[in-house]
Ligand binder design. Sequence first.
Ligand code: HC0
Ligand code: SF4
Length: 567
Amino acid sequence: MGQMLVDGQRIEFSDEKNILQVIRKAGIELPTFCYHSELSIYGACRMCVVEDKWGGISASCSTPPKNGMEVYTNTPKLQKHRKMILELLLSAHDRDCTSCEKNGRCKLQELAIRFGIKNIRFGEREENLPIDDSSCAIVRNPNKCIMCGDCVRMCEEVQGIGALGFAYRGSNIQVVPAFKKKLKDVDCVNCGQCRTVCPTGALIIRNDTAKVWKDLNNKKKRVVAQIAPAVRVSIGEEFGMAPGEITIGKIAAALRKLGFDEVYDTGIAADLTVIEESKEFIERLEKGERLPLFTSCCPGWVRYAELKFPELKDNISTCRSPQQMFGAVIKEHYKKSDAEDGRETISVAIMPCTAKKYEAGREEYSNNGVKDVDVVITTQELCLMIKQAGIMFGRLEEEALDMPFGLASGAGIIFGVSGGVSEAVLRRCYSQKTSSTLKEISFVGVRGMDGIKETVVNINGKEIKMAIVSGLKNAGELIKAIQKGEKNYDFVEVMACPGGCIAGAGQPLPSSKSVTRQRAGGIYKADSSSQIKRSEENPMVIALYNGLLKGKHGLLHNHCACNSHSN
Ligand code: HC0
Ligand code: SF4
């Protein structure tokens, strides 16, 4: 515990690691491009500088607080310093702000306005570097990069991948994918987390809305939407609503106004996943083989495992992700009517995730060139479409989803948060089906935002060890501990994004740190108010197993060694 003076105000500190945190405690918003509390300190942008009582200047993010310290945050010297940095950044920056995707949300633009930058005294940038749009998920525009290194640290420190790095020196310095290759040719898993910290338009989500508009305007196409669990608790933020507010009814109304023919819930396919994955898990437990079972619904994680731990191939569940189960089921469902009425069904997935774009394009999810999921758009892209159409989202009357694929159990909905898949599988595996069992399950340690959660549960007399991981670096560390024999589990849930899909890179950019928790609260609230809590009790799922899926369980699985899914 200590005290320091910030602009003459006495502020106490205890576990603050740097004076930037103490200054924020004083209610002063110091500008910074490269400071993120979850990443290491880089101290490169120097916007957060402070002046001491002797006129010395230092970066507040990399200076630890000391008792009796006295700093000033807004002196003429600091104002001049910050303006100079902004002018230098702007002079090297592609300034086509009006057509930039980040217009209105760009940190550089925001600070240039805040510091009243009108003229840039330095010369214009000379060359235009090529835009890298090779990735199916992320577009990289080096002309808008300000070298803060946030993306590099995110990819390395949170995701444990290191797909991005610095190349060249001095004024030629650039952030580039490893070995200066294109993004699609390096170990990028398309998680998009680099893009969540990029302050400018240097990293943006690939925009696939044009494809959707084209199909919506074609009468010969039956355009069918599936809505992922996490979208319903975040989309409202873009329209002034609170994070966590459940807006599934408004999403349905908006999609119909946009011209979608049918509007369904990915959560029903999550219910199918619960049933298939639980069966697979119990079988493996009985045989004592291919354990731990790793979940397979997060495409960023699956790609990471393929690249970094290919030896785990047989441990990963053979279940397709809910997105891909839904795609396969929907194409099967409309096969006959498409042939009869001469229409083609286009399946559009609305996801919080950029890696879902990659997943839908994987070879195994196409049949003779026809994809199970034709287009994936993120929550943000849907917001854009809603705005383009002039729909006032907040004012929409709530509408119900369509049947037969518009009903998900609470278990299917909680997939959207880290720990949700595990909780849903436990609900299925426990033979006791009382409401107190449900409560018990929610308290065993599956909930919460920790990057690694561990729990031991007793399923029908057998002790089961589970781990729930989010963030790929955490996943890598856990796998290494398993491989060294230091850890032992039966079931491991992995989600690439810290906190799970609610924090996917395709979601609206969170306005504060508490947003992920609020979204999680919304997901659990949707579960609490759901009349059906368990996947196997969803009448639409039961009807599917008794109808369309009879003899066709293969639609729900990737190839696997056991061959037990043909019926
Ligand atoms: Fe997720 Fe999913 S829960 S990955 O986070 O499993 O994107 O929301 O749609 O597929 O259901 C994302 C969210 C999904 C899938 C489901 C799973
Ligand atoms: Fe790294 Fe994910 Fe960004 Fe790819 S999308 S560069 S893996 S953070």
